[in-house]
Design a protein around this ligand. Structure first.
Ligand SMILES: C[S@@+](CC[C@H](N)C(=O)[O-])C[C@H]1O[C@@H](n2cnc3c(N)ncnc32)[C@H](O)[C@@H]1O
Length: 267
């Protein structure tokens, strides 16, 4: 599984996940608020970037955070320990083989994970039994087809298309955001509500340009350069031109837009 994760496990990706989480905090999480003392499971916690936010926003929940990567779990655990966050326990586990009893959790939270899975339907079906009968689920995913920018550039778009193709080749779907409603319907969840969370960055919002356009999105695309060239999706010269033109969107004369999708549904 580890090789299938398109962004890899390294310091660069750890920093990117942290930048992403802190920049998007208020947009994605102003409503990630759970009942006092409720039992919440976070699946695919990675290095704990969303875990920290969940715990800070909900100091009275009992959170269990899991990830398939033992290395990421170790980093997440250390991070929360250093921050004095005490209401979370970490377990290495696979979403396709969850080590929990039926009806264990009031809420399950999953963020930027389904897009990497070969079988998101099976993953969602696996979550249902461990939710209590009144339990609910939050799923947050991006959709790389929602990226558009100024100045427009077919070379910049070609670098993004490489990421979409590479993720598909590894069995994932980076266009999954738009499919959350049908996915949740198909897997029998009820009262589904999906809200698009649009990101817009221009020079008047320097924190979004730095935190999102540069350090989250362009960093993510740049991270797959070697794989994209190795798979012959693009040649090096076109890649360089594409990245350079994508970077124009983060300059004072540029703009960048992207949409995340947040779904909440019930068992
Ligand atoms: C893009 S990262 C997101 C991490 C975190 N949710 C965040 O937003 O910062 C995706 C995470 O899903 C984890 N993952 C992938 N497949 C998994 C599986 N089958 N079971 C549990 N976790 C998985 C990866 O190890 C990785 O840490």
């Amino acid at each position: 599984m580890k090789n299938q994760y398109v962004h890899g496990y390294n310091e660069f990706e750890t920093t990117r996940l942290n930048d992403q989480a802190s920049t998007l905090n208020s947009i994605l999480h102003h409503d990630s608020i759970y009942r006092r003392y409720s039992k919440v499971l976070e699946i695919g916690c990675g290095v704990g970037a969303q875990t920290e936010i969940l715990c800070r926003n909900n100091p009275d929940i009992r959170l269990t955070s899991i990830d398939i990567s033992a290395e990421s779990i170790k980093i997440a655990e250390k991070r929360c320990h250093n921050l004095g966050i005490g209401n979370v326990e970490f377990i290495q586990a696979d979403i396709f083989n969850l080590p929990f009893d039926k009806n264990s959790f009031d809420h399950v939270f999953i963020c930027f994970v389904l897009e990497h899975l070969t079988d998101p339907v099976k993953a969602l079906l696996n979550i249902k039994p461990i939710l209590k009968s009144s339990g609910s689920l939050t799923v947050i995913e991006g959709d790389h087809g929602s990226a558009y920018f100024h100045p427009d550039s077919k070379y910049a778009q070609a670098t993004i298309d490489c990421l979409v193709k590479l993720q598909a080749m590894k069995g994932g779907n980076s266009l999954i955001g738009r499919t959350l409603y049908p996915l949740l319907r198909k897997t029998g969840f009820s009262n589904i509500s999906v809200s698009p969370r649009m990101i817009y960055a221009d020079a008047g919002r320097p924190e979004m340009v730095d935190g999102f356009t540069k350090k989250t999105f362009i960093a993510m695309v740049e991270g797959i350069k070697n794989d994209a060239i190795k798979e012959k999706f693009i040649d090096e010269k076109t890649w360089k031109r594409g990245i350079s033109e994508l970077k124009e969107s983060s300059k004072d004369t540029g703009t960048f837009c992207y949409t995340f999708f947040k779904a909440v549904a019930y068992k």
